[in-house]
Design a protein around this ligand. Structure first.
Ligand code: NAD
Ligand code: ZN
Length: 340
């Protein structure tokens, strides 16, 4: 089968012929139909300092995808051949305190598809049956392949009650944009999404009716006053990984406000903790998705009319992968899909 493989410790990927994975007793073999490229895949493509430590080539990349069930192991009886599915990319253990208590997203023995073991940028991928999520008909193949980052947005956004609240989201990458769409869908009063890249703000406006602001051109404080907020934002969703954005957010929160931290800073950051304490802020770190409650809620939001389709800006055949990675490296795209 064809697969996009990081062959050696160097920049780029190669389209290779590799063996179809063997199917274990508790595994499912999926015929991949649609995949999406994640920031993680870009790090691996670019072979940056994180990737060179975390990745052991040769490795088939890819963890955002959907496909159809092609073959099942001898212990698998709950899926039918041809069924449309997506997959939770975190493969968890069953020994830790958290795993045994059902808090699967907090299992320290988690391994990641397309990072720690061969992933889905291939014609077939093999995963444990417990990671499969059947797709409802309302969710098309392209959306079915971005449910992993959509799940990050759902997990962060639904961490706090947003109904009637004023929400500040920093970072209009795909996850920030989808979070703005979710916040509006679930009834937030005001949603302000910031980014220093105007292209990204333009894309956000195509996805949902969020207010946007470029903090390198005007201040969040002025915008807040213009929007009629007197005491600051109730909820903050940090989705840029930028130190400046986080500090700006803390300054513009109301006393006792809630912040979800999802963006990953690339280097350690400097924070004045006393500012957080004197504002009595409640900060929650978000990792991955709650398995499988986030999947349930996310699919339900889509079935109830949440529309995120415009966050997908490009679709390519997998053989055009170089064009796709190039676009993303130039910061000129939202979600980019590879069809298999
Ligand atoms: P992305 O890199 O596409 O988007 C980040 C955006 O932040 C960019 O558009 C960038 O221009 C913007 N930005 C930079 N500085 C800013 C500032 N000062 N103010 C406002 N915006 C600023 O990323 P994404 O794919 O949407 O993911 C969002 C973040 O979440 C990334 O940091 C990613 O690494 C992280 N992430 C975390 C998890 C998790 O489990 N916690 C999972 C997936 C991704
Ligand atoms: Zn991802």
């Amino acid at each position: 089968m064809k697969a996009l493989v990081k062959e050696k410790a160097e920049i780029g990927l190669h389209l290779k012929d590799v063996e179809v994975p063997k199917v274990g007793d508790n595994d499912v073999l999926i015929k991949v139909k649609s995949t999406a490229i994640c920031g993680t895949d870009l790090h691996i493509w670019n072979w940056d300092s994180w990737a060179s430590k975390a990745i052991k080539p040769p490795l088939t990349l890819g963890h955002e995808f959907m496909g159809t069930i092609h073959k099942v192991g001898t212990n698998v009886d709950r899926f039918r051949i041809g069924e449309r599915v997506s997959v939770e990319s975190h493969i968890v253990g069953n020994r830790s305190r958290n795993a045994r208590a059902g808090r699967l997203h907090l299992d320290p023995d988690t391994i990641n598809l397309g990072v720690d073991r061969n992933g889905a940028f291939a014609e077939f991928v093999c995963v444990p049956q417990s990671n499969i999520v059947p797709l409802p008909d309302e969710v098309n193949d392209s959306i079915g392949s971005i449910l992993d980052p959509f799940g990050n947005a759902v997990h962060a956004s639904l961490s706090f009650d947003l109904a009637g609240e004023d929400v500040l989201i920093t970072g209009a990458g795909p996850i920030g944009i989808m979070s703005a769409a979710i916040a509006i869908h679930v009834g937030a009063r005001n949603v302000l999404l910031t980014d220093i890249n105007d292209e990204r703000l333009k894309l956000a406006k195509k996805v949902c009716a969020t207010e946007v602001l470029n903090p390198s051109k005007s201040s969040i404080k002025d915008k807040m006053e213009e929007m009629g907020l007197r005491e600051g934002f109730d909820v903050g969703l940090e989705m840029s990984g930028s130190e400046i954005a986080l500090k700006d957010m803390i300054q513009n929160m109301m006393m006792g406000g809630n912040i979800a931290l999802l963006g990953l800073p690339s280097t350690p950051i400097n924070l004045d903790i006393s500012e957080i304490i004197f504002k009595a802020l409640n900060i929650k770190a978000i990792y991955g998705r709650e398995i499988f409650e986030t999947w349930y809620k996310g699919l339900a939001l889509l079935q109830s009319g949440l529309d995120i389709k415009n966050v997908i800006t490009h679709e390519f055949h997998y053989s055009d992968y170089e064009k796709a990675f190039d676009l993303l490296n130039q910061g000129k795209a939202g979600k980019v899909i590879l069809k298999w």
